[in-house]
Design a protein around this ligand. Structure first.
Ligand code: PGA
Length: 252
């Protein structure tokens, strides 16, 4: 059985004080929830405050991106060593906003994934098709390409920590959630592709999250699907009550 994982993607929102206030309100709301792992993905400026506020709590803290190099002349970037030193445990890789606005490619996703694994950071690798790709029946081809290049060169024996997030770009921040049928179909395609690359055992154990306009009222129907193991939540994760309701709703 795969344990559910519910991750908040705060994107470029919140100050350290706002992040601390969120965690303070959020912890009591989820303290009875044991069915899911909870991860907060925050901007680098918030990470020390969030790590501090979640100390002695099972909630884990994630960066939203990182460079694959340990150090170097890369102005503005954050390295895996820097994240580890802060107590960060997870990292989002290849979010569609990074792909769309910051030239993230399948190849850089692959470099970052290998680096995260080498440094003991749990990678949450995002894949997903654009609206134009869905409308021209290219969804499967896009998911297969992103998954294959993203995972290329990874040894099956090192793959256990990897989490994949299926985020159809047309559903992100649009209020247009994929139906459970559409999402399940995409998750099945991704899991089959993982099986081809890393073997059936790794694929069966790998958590695949859905992301794109997840809200408290649609979490249950999405998380009830056979291949959906949790959610990556943007807008609805900014408020502690709403995000706690999503955590509760994933217990299906
Ligand atoms: P959304 O964002 O929940 O606001 O659609 C999801 C994401 O970008 O991870």
């Amino acid at each position: 059985m795969r344990k559910k994982l519910i991750a908040a993607n705060w994107k470029m929102y919140k100050t350290p004080d706002e992040a601390k206030t969120f965690v303070k309100e959020f912890i009591p709301l989820v303290s009875g929830q044991k069915h899911a792992d909870i991860v907060l993905c925050a901007s680098p400026t918030l990470l020390p405050a969030v790590v501090d506020a979640t100390r002695n709590n099972p909630i884990r803290v994630s960066a939203q991106d990182m460079h694959w190099m340990d150090q170097g002349a890369y102005t503005g970037e954050t390295s895996p060593l820097m994240l580890k030193a802060l107590g960060v445990t997870h990292v989002l890789i290849g979010h569609s906003e990074r792909r769309q606005y910051f030239n993230e490619t399948d190849e850089s996703v692959n470099l970052k994934l290998k680096s995260a694994l080498a440094h003991g950071l749990t990678p949450i690798v995002c894949v997903g098709e654009l609206l134009a790709e869905r409308e021209s029946n290219q969804t499967e081809e896009v998911l297969v390409r992103q998954t294959s290049i993203g995972l290329s060169g990874i040894d099956a024996s090192a793959a256990a920590p990897i989490v994949i997030a299926y985020e159809p770009v047309w559903a992100i921040g649009t209020g247009r959630t994929a139906t459970p049928e559409i999402a399940q179909d995409a998750h099945r395609i991704i899991r089959e592709q993982v099986a081809k690359i890393l073997g059936g055992e790794v694929a069966a154990a790998m958590r695949i999250l859905y992301g794109g306009s997840v809200k408290p009222d649609n979490t249950g129907s999405l998380c009830a699907c056979a291949d959906i193991d949790g959610a990556l939540v943007g807008g609805a994760s900014l408020d502690p009550k709403s995000f706690a309701a999503i955590v509760a709703g994933s217990a299906v």
